[in-house]
Design a protein around this ligand. Sequence first.
Ligand code: GDP
Length: 200
Amino acid sequence: MPMPMQTFSQELHVKILMIGNSSVGKSSLLMRWSENQWLPEDETSATIGVEVRRRKLDVRGENDTAGEEQFRTMQSAHYRGAQGIMLVYDASCRQSFDELTRWFKEIDRYVTGPVVKVIVGNKVDKEFQRQVPAAEAAVFAEKMGCRFIETSAKTTVGVRKTFRDMVERIVGNPELRIVSKPSPPQASFARPRAPSFLNY
Ligand code: GDP
């Protein structure tokens, strides 16, 4: 007599951090991926990244040692437990690409364990204003030992692939500790928690 087969699925929680200069499109990428929404350019200040951004700026404004110390504590809290980091720049803004080196330094400073990194060149819909050739970014990504992908939160290009690749690489990496909890059968999905943002 055939045994009834029961399928179990697990809900996996991963922590992904999105970092990069202000206005490169981190909130927009998240909105596009999680809600499939695009907020018109003048309405993005209402998105969830704003709160974190504002608080971070306040702390940075203090020049005394205590403020600096508090800033560092906050930074390391953001990075703690991250299994994936997206380094986002704006392909139509050279400065946001050039400053990725600063973001890599910050990762070196705050991340001690293994972490999956990907460089994300956003806003590729603005092709006529492009300031960073894809080939140049690909060479840089290779040098830094991470993957590179181009996206547009506006047109959706590359957005699902970026998040899917990230999750798959985290889940497939035995060095990264994944928090899992049993979930009811048939509810099989792996979905990251809302990424946090860091920019200043
Ligand atoms: P954040 O500060 O990195 O979170 O950036 P936001 O998501 O707030 O986006 C900053 C500005 O860039 C907003 O006006 C967005 O509408 C715009 N933006 C974000 N992603 C794209 C994109 O892919 N293409 C274009 N054209 N504009 C974008």
